[in-house]
Ligand binder design. Sequence first.
Ligand SMILES: Cc1cc2nc3c(=O)[nH]c(=O)nc-3n(C[C@H](O)[C@H](O)[C@H](O)COP(=O)(O)O)c2cc1C
Length: 328
Amino acid sequence: MQNFWKKLKRPIIALAPMAGITDQPFRQICKGYGADVVYSEMASASAIFYNKKKTLGITRFNSQKESPYVAQLFGDKPEHFLFAAKVIARQIRPDGIDINFGCPARKIIACNAGAALMNNISLAREIIEATLEGVSSPPSPKGYGEIKKIPVSIKIRSGVKKTTALNFIKKIKDLPIAAIMVHGRTLEQGFAGEIDYDMIKNIKKEVGEKIIVLANGGILKPEDAKTMLEKTGADGIGLAQGVLGKPWLFKQIKDFLQTGSYREFELSEIKGVAIKHAEMMYKKRGKQGVVEMRKHLAWYFKGFSGAAELRRKLVHVKTISEIKKILK
Ligand SMILES: Cc1cc2nc3c(=O)[nH]c(=O)nc-3n(C[C@H](O)[C@H](O)[C@H](O)COP(=O)(O)O)c2cc1C
């Protein structure tokens, strides 16, 4: 098996999966600023099972500009993970497949997927086993092509109701998982609040060198990355909300860890990044791409003097030339 995780230099700085955000343009921009590995948005294993082309499309990537790249699946049916993993490993050929055990969205929890699976060890194990089988079973006779044997990773929370992440990991660590990203907040905490550094540290101790552990949650600036690495002893970190409108955080973190300092980006540079991002979105998805770009534009120009007025204009843009005109 090609386990790219083992080849990455530590600390590994990853772009964590974010639905509606970590699409191809954003992943490529983050890669450009030094992301060591990038995750897709979560894609439904069941939708892929029922042959929804749009969902399989979420997992597509550009192997030149995005590798190493991990496609993330969510769902609650082992047989759907088996099928989706087979199709993705053969047709999409990412560097790895990740399973979502952390999503708190009500409709996902209601169907026993995402974070709900941390409370259902037997189903969680079946899903991991099915995914592992999907990426390693022989080529199908239906002409899906040669299998690419790729590592399987998981993404979890520090706890879900009475199940702690450590207990969860103790019960699944015998499976050949390559990496675990731990969001150091419980399901109940959602996306804000204190990070449980000790939980991540204990998980790293529990799995030793066998499994790569990435610590995630609350990393908004380079100093947070250093604290996270020091307090958890993790092999790397996953960045999410901290890179919204700030994809250069990857570079700042690397600079800070190597030299002890980093520089802030100036407004003129940020305008350049925003325009490049918008052009990539337009190229990928046409007019719809520009509409989807509006939220990124609002994030890029948060916190500057006069930003409120700028953002008010940017959230209505329909074309690239409008964006350029406003930013001039
Ligand atoms: C808008 C948004 C979408 C997200 N989508 C996913 C997802 O598809 N899969 C997943 O495992 N986590 C998802 N997450 C969780 C993040 O990967 C990350 O675990 C969480 O935001 C904590 O990290 P942070 O404090 O650095 O943001 C999402 C988070 C946000 C804010």
